[in-house]
Every structure is written in structure tokens, then in C-alpha cells.
Design a protein around this ligand. Structure first.
Ligand code: FEO
Length: 389
């Protein structure tokens, strides 16, 4: 296990979690990393730590560079356990080190670990001199917890961004340009599931940082790989958080006797007929995080459900609950589905879509099984949706 030099006297000393498959509600088929960065100067600082269970991997990497007992500052940019979990062990080894965090971060880790370590709280614009290198802190409240902050190193033009700009991907490579398209796929999913709900904060934080006039050569997040071309991920965050995405339709449905499925397929054919990209997911056998990722990249979402007990299917209700927590910005949405002796699913879905502040279009309901005439109706419905996308 090697420490990896990422800039002059700055080393990646984190851990690789090849086997993580879930992060909360979120599937992570490619694993993840917990990134810690060691800055060696007159004073030694560690920016973020790793998840409990990975302490030894991190310490082994630190020891390749310095004795961990000599660490002066443990900079905790975020109190969630995947970044703060190794702090108790670090503080045992380096009891004179000072924990640096926002006030909310300090409160959270002190409460969480029943700790009373040396600590320094920081706000936006506060600086910490390590000798030749200097750190400046930028609070990043609600990206994605109240305690988050970024750390900027002027001398190397590196923004340490903690969860923001991260991706759940386990790899030996440390840079985005060494990995390929998987990074952007994972960055999109990460934004969709973790960050999207705070889209307006993303926009104002990016504006705030751009207004500081600081040069950024690298963005070093706490998960995944480092961006040596920061513009690529900053532009993507601007796009996703504004809802300015491609003309694409995502269709998500469940089905009882395959009538709603037939509708979904015909609607998709109609969308595609107009030259608009479309993705179709059956909720029963699809990865919900992947669906959210597609939704973030789509202008229009179509939700299909048969009517059950005058309402929507339970899986559709579950998915809308998931989606409501994420609230992707600036979307159009529509409901469709089949029914037997009574309607209800489209109305129930619409109520949920309206709560999410989507622009809700007129839906489509078909009685019993869609035959030739109704399938044509679904196809034409799809063509109309394409024009809205
Ligand atoms: Fe909010 Fe990577 O933890």
C-alpha cells in the first residue's frame, strides 16, 4: 500500500473499498474510496480520514511519509463516519494534534465520539499556515450536511472538496483522466442521489468560489478520483443543478398484468420516433440509483402504474418517495397507467409529482389491456412527450 504524491509535499493516504455495494439508499456497484490527504510542511496536516475498519490502511500509507504521531492538524471537513471514522484512532496516536472543523462539524464529532480533543473551529475565509503552505477554509453548509466545508491550498491551487464532486468508484488510479467514462457515470449518479436535492446551494457555492478569484488546478474530493481538469466537473455540476440537460425522456413503471408495461413500451417507441433519447425501467428489476441518474439527465420523466385500490402501485409509491427526497430541479413529468374497474393511479401520481414542483403534463389512462387502438394512442402520446422534452 503506497502513499501517492499528488503535488509537492501532498500525498493521498486514503483507503480503497473495493467491496462497498450500498451507501445508504444508493447502490455502488463499483465500490468507493475514502480519500485522506497528507500535507507535509513545517506543520503536518491530514485532510479527512477514512471509514471505520480502514484506519490501518490509512495509517500504513501515512507511515510511508511521516510518523502519524507527528500530525499537528486533523482537518475534518465533514463529520459523517466515512470521513471522520478514523479520527479516534488518529487522536490516540497523535494526542496533541488539533482537530480543525466548522462549529457544526466539531459539535457533531465531539458528540458522536464523546470526545474532548484539542480543536479549532473555522469559518469561510479563515486560514491556517503550515509553514510554506497555507490552507483557507470555505464553509459548504448542506453540501451535503450542515457541517461540510472545503479546504483550499493556494500554493498548489488545490480545492479539497470532501463529498462534493465525488464519485463512488474503487480504483488504483488517482486521477479522473486515467480512468475513463466510468468516472463521469459515477459522478452523475453521485450528484443525482446525494447532491441534487441541494441544487440551489450548489449554484450559489460555485458562484461564491468563482467570485473569490482563486485558481483551481485540481479538485480533490473525498471519494473516487481527483479532477485534474476541474472545469469538467464544475461545468457538469452547473448543468445538473440548473436542470439544463439533454432532450431525453426517462420512463419508469411497474405493471400488474403487463398492460402498463405495454403502454410504457409504446410510449417509448413514440418518443424515439421523434428522434429523442429514451430510457425505460421496470421498477421491479432495475437499479433505483441508476434510474435517478437517468432522471437527472432527462428533461421529462414519465411514471407508469396500474391502479391498485384506487391508487398507485406500492413500488411506484416507494419510488416517488425516493424521488421526492431528491427533488431533481426543473423537470417536466407525466403519469400513465392501466386500470380495471376504477381509475386512481394517475391522479395519485400527479399529486406526488406536483409536490415535487415538476411541471406536470396531462397523463394517459387505458382501461384493461391496450389493444391496437390504445397502443396507437400510447405511441402518439409518446410523440407528444418527445416535443415537450
Ligand atoms: Fe457524507 Fe462521504 O459522507
Amino acid at each position: 500500500m503506497s502513499a501517492i504524491k499528488i503535488s509537492e509535499n501532498i500525498y493521498w493516504v486514503g483507503a480503497i473499498d473495493w467491496n462497498m455495494r450500498f451507501c445508504g439508499s444508493y447502490t455502488t456497484p463499483r465500490g468507493t474510496t475514502y480519500n485522506s490527504y497528507l500535507v507535509v510542511d513545517d506543520k503536518i496536516a491530514l485532510i479527512d480520514s477514512v471509514k471505520p475498519g480502514f484506519e490501518d490502511e490509512m495509517l500504513e500509507r501515512i507511515r510511508e511519509v511521516v510518523d502519524p504521531a507527528k500530525i499537528d492538524y486533523v482537518i475534518c471537513q465533514h463529520s459523517e463516519m466515512d470521513h471522520s471514522g478514523a479520527i479516534p484512532k488518529l487522536m490516540e496516536i497523535a494526542p496533541n494534534a488539533k482537530v480543525v472543523a466548522t462549529q457544526a462539524g466539531k459539535d457533531a464529532i465531539f458528540e458522536h465520539f464523546s470526545a474532548n480533543w484539542n480543536a479549532q473551529t473555522v469559518k469561510t475565509g479563515d486560514t491556517l499556515s503550515l509553514g510554506k503552505k497555507n490552507l483557507m477554509f470555505i464553509e459548504a453548509k448542506m453540501l451535503h450536511w450542515p457541517d461540510n466545508m472545503f479546504t483550499y491550498m493556494k500554493e498548489e491551487s488545490i480545492l479539497f472538496s470532501n463529498d462534493a464532486f465525488g464519485q463512488h468508484i474503487a480504483t488504483i488510479s488517482r486521477y479522473e483522466d486515467e480512468v475513463g467514462t466510468a468516472v463521469m457515470e459515477e459522478a452523475t449518479k453521485y450528484f443525482a442521489v446525494i447532491v441534487s436535492v441541494y441544487s440551489s446551494i450548489v449554484q450559489s457555492k460555485i458562484k461564491e468560489i468563482e467570485g473569490m478569484g482563486i485558481g483551481i488546478n485540481m479538485i480533490a474530493p473525498a471519494h473516487g478520483v481527483i479532477w485534474r481538469n476541474p472545469g469538467k466537473i464544475i461545468d457538469a455540476y452547473k448543468r445538473w443543478s440548473s436542470g439544463e440537460v439533454s432532450r431525453k425522456v426517462t420512463i419508469v413503471f411497474d405493471t400488474m398484468w403487463r398492460s402498463t408495461e405495454k403502454m410504457a413500451n409504446e410510449i417509448a417507441r413514440g418518443v424515439a420516433h421523434e428522434g429523442i433519447e429514451v430510457r425505460v425501467f421496470n421498477l421491479r428489476n432495475s437499479d433505483w440509483s441508476e434510474m435517478i441518474k437517468e432522471i437527472i439527465e432527462s428533461r421529462l420523466i414519465a411514471i407508469g402504474s396500474p391502479t391498485l385500490n384506487m391508487g398507485m402501485f406500492m413500488t411506484v409509491g416507494g419510488f416517488l418517495t425516493f424521488l421526492k427526497g431528491i427533488r431533481p430541479p426543473n423537470k417536466k413529468a407525466v403519469a400513465f397507467g392501466s386500470y380495471g374497474w376504477g381509475k386512481g393511479a394517475v391522479r395519485a401520481i400527479n399529486e406526488e409529482l406536483e409536490k415535487m414542483k415538476f411541471r406536470v403534463l396531462e397523463g394517459l389512462e387505458i382501461k384493461y389491456v391496450p389493444h391496437k387502438e390504445q397502443l396507437l394512442e400510447c405511441f402518439e402520446f409518446g410523440r407528444r412527450l418527445a416535443k415537450e422534452a
